[in-house]
Design a protein around this ligand. Structure first.
Ligand code: F6P
Length: 463
């Protein structure tokens, strides 16, 4: 039988509009987790990606990219404000991340979420070939599976949640909680990053909808919905190639020289998001300077904070907080020509990021909650030299897979300081052994195996 065609439905298309050298408009593959994750899987089969192209009030024609058909879903300014910035990123995002910031609930946001989810479902129903597999991505589109099933019962529908799925106590705060669960349950297979997320979901559907549950399988309205953990990963080969690339290695040496040739470099690479624990990390670094455990002459910190969701109030507040803290540390501890913290509120391409990874003696990944954290996996894959050390928050999905990292509770400031010092001062042989073990894991669990195992499970006939 011919392989079914595949449709990915995600909030964003995997391409960005760029102005080319001759002034004309073109499209280039976007950086970022989800895109890198799915790209290699789609490239090799008949596939379509449905998503928002980035502009407002327009539906641009987006050309095929690497043989993947692109179909744009339009968003208006009001949709962007109420669906994307509002319901997705000011209600669901904070709530699903342990409510580390207070989620806000507004009925007009919910209405926009329903409206936009319906639009995504309709565009998908219009474009999907008969019997196609449709893979709906993430928290922006939780109502799409059920809406799509109504429009196109012939499709095999999957849903994958990239962010954490919260425990009952938190989810119960949502005003339209049962409708959200019913939306997801339109899928044949619901994937989560961790076993804990799948278990939270199954517990909730039993409690709120009275569904029959057998292990991770749900029976509802005469249908069977399977759920499971599928921890996402990265294109390991691509990162390893970059890690071996002589130009990247040269660039890393140059970066180290530009940093003043310190003995030790601590690196953070995050979207500027309040879930990432950037302020906690900076505070730990400052206290270590105050206590005299580290000196700027021999230890510097580089913090890349990629701009994100900049119009949302909580993100503006975070930026002020982080920049105040960086200013304070640099004011107190920098020397002329040698800042204590190199703060970069910019995005970098993969070449430069990999050079930074190769420069980092300790990579500090300390989110307060994170679905997976692909930066941690990229760092490991790039360290083909088995150098460096990873300090990793227990509250990331990645922590479940990487017990050889320096695991830490980012809320425990003394723990954070102690763990950072341990990672900095460990014998090189210990850090190499840890890195080797983590590289082995990541190499055998790359993004292709993630996508293959998900799609294989989705392709299996429902029981
Ligand atoms: O992890 C969730 C996610 O939506 C990713 O898919 C994406 O790369 C990242 O957050 C940035 O999100 P946004 O689309 O809001 O810029």
């Amino acid at each position: 039988m011919a392989r079914r065609s595949l449709v990915v439905v995600a909030n964003r298309l995997p391409v960005d509009e760029v102005v080319q050298s001759d002034g004309s408009i073109g499209w280039a593959r976007s950086p970022g987790g989800l895109v890198s994750a799915l790209h290699p899987v789609l490239r090799d089969r008949r596939s379509t990606w449905i998503g928002w192209a980035g502009g407002l009030d327009s539906t641009p024609y987006v050309p095929d990219s690497d043989g993947i058909r692109m179909r744009a879903v339009p968003l208006s300014e009001a949709d962007y404000e109420n669906y994307y910035e509002g319901y997705a990123n000011s209600t669901l995002w904070p709530l699903y991340h342990d409510a580390v910031q207070t989620p806000a609930f507004h009925r007009r946001w919910w209405e926009a979420y329903v409206r936009v989810n319906r639009r995504f479902a309709q565009v998908t129903a219009d474009y999907a070939e008969p019997d196609a597999m449709v893979w709906v991505q993430d928290y922006h589109l939780q109502l799409v599976p059920a809406m799509l099933r109504e429009l196109r019962p012939d499709l095999r529908i999957g849903f994958f949640m990239h962010i954490p799925f919260p425990p009952t106590e938190l989810f119960m705060q949502l005003p339209r909680r049962a409708e959200l669960l019913r939306g997801i349950l339109g899928a044949d297979l619901v994937g989560f990053q961790t076993a804990a997320g799948a278990d939270n979901f199954v517990r909730l559907v039993a409690r709120l909808l009275g569904a029959q549950v057998d292990g991770r399988t749900v029976e509802i309205d005469g249908r069977t919905v399977r759920t499971d953990a599928f921890p996402i990963s990265i294109d390991v080969g691509e990162m390893e190639d970059l890690g071996r690339n002589p130009d990247v290695i040269m660039r890393a040496k140059r970066l180290r020289a530009d940093l003043g040739d310190p003995e030790r470099v601590i690196l953070g690479v995050d979207r500027l998001d309040y879930t990432k624990g950037i302020a906690h990390r900076l505070k730990a670094f400052r206290e270590l300077l105050v206590d005299g455990y580290i000196k700027v002459q021999d230890t510097v910190m580089v913090q890349v904070a990629v701009p994100s969701r900049e119009r949302v109030e909580q993100y503006k507040v975070l930026r002020d907080k982080v920049e105040r803290e960086v200013g304070r540390i640099n004011g107190e501890f920098s020397r002329v020509g040698v800042p204590a913290v190199h703060y970069l509120n910019q995005s970098f391409d993969r070449f430069e990021l990999t050079a930074l990874y190769l420069t980092a003696d300790v990579m500090a990944v300390t989110p307060l909650r994170d679905g997976m954290n692909l930066v941690a996996k990229e760092y490991i894959a790039a360290r083909v030299d088995n150098g460096g050390a990873l300090m990793l928050s227990e509250f990331t999905g990645a922590a479940a897979e990487l017990p050889e990292s320096y695991l830490v509770n980012p809320h425990d400031l003394d723990g954070l300081k102690g763990t950072l010092m341990r990672a900095l001062e460990a014998a090189p042989a210990e850090n190499r052994a840890r890195m080797r073990a983590m590289r082995k894991h990541v190499r055998s669990h790359d993004v292709r195996s993630w996508a293959r195992s998900y799609l294989k499970a989705l392709g299996q006939p429902p029981r």
